[in-house]
Design a protein around this ligand. Sequence first.
Ligand SMILES: Nc1ncnc2c1ncn2[C@@H]1O[C@H](COP(=O)(O)OP(=O)(O)OP(=O)(O)O)[C@@H](O)[C@H]1O
Length: 230
Amino acid sequence: MLKVQNLHQYYGGSHILRNVNITAEIGKVTVLLGRNGVGKTTLLKSLMGLVPIRSGSVEWQGRDVARKTPYERARSGIGYVPQGREIFSRLSVEDNLRMGLSYCSARTRIPGELYELFPVLKQMLHRRGGDLSGGQQQQLAIARALAPQPKILILDEPTEGIQPSIIKDIGRVIRMLAQRGDMAILLCEQYYDFAEELADHYVVMERGEVIAAGPGSEMQQKGIRKLVAI
Ligand SMILES: Nc1ncnc2c1ncn2[C@@H]1O[C@H](COP(=O)(O)OP(=O)(O)OP(=O)(O)O)[C@@H](O)[C@H]1O
């Protein structure tokens, strides 16, 4: 389980995250919602150690990882799919997947399962990452994060700029990964319908604070769509 408590983060003098508390459980999809600029990406980067936090704890599988490096967090089973995908455009699809294994000495082979989840990657194995469509790159970014077999997958807006058929495929993979029961999913998303369909739990942020949270089944009844409408 990932448990974030009383987290505060600043960029210079700007107080960006204010006393954030969230959890993400193994076997569940937790969706993080909020309008542009409320601090979602900053929160995910803080969880991954890509930006420092001022105070609070980030507990993963019972250990506080808040002072660990991104490398150490990745090795402890935290997988991260950044906003904008950050594919290595001049490397092949296969080498992009290998990059996902680069910090993980125990695993040297790309799991064959990734090609079952995303068959297009097998077809394009020797193409350059930069030659893939946006949707294919997103699938590659997810597969790269899954290559070392993490226990939590953190995704930052995976549907951004992606065509509907690929959004469906990505949704199916997310649901399947959670249902297997050995991985937590923390999904930051602006596409409300996609988020609602997948959510076991939801968290809504506004101006750096969590303003609502609960079971995914209650999102409609609680009017969460309105809270995040632009
Ligand atoms: N590197 C940075 N330096 C200073 N301020 C930043 C930096 N990155 C983000 N911010 C500011 O922090 C606030 C939160 O940004 P963040 O990207 O975390 O929001 P977000 O909810 O993920 O938005 P979006 O949905 O647009 O990605 C915004 O006001 C943003 O301008």
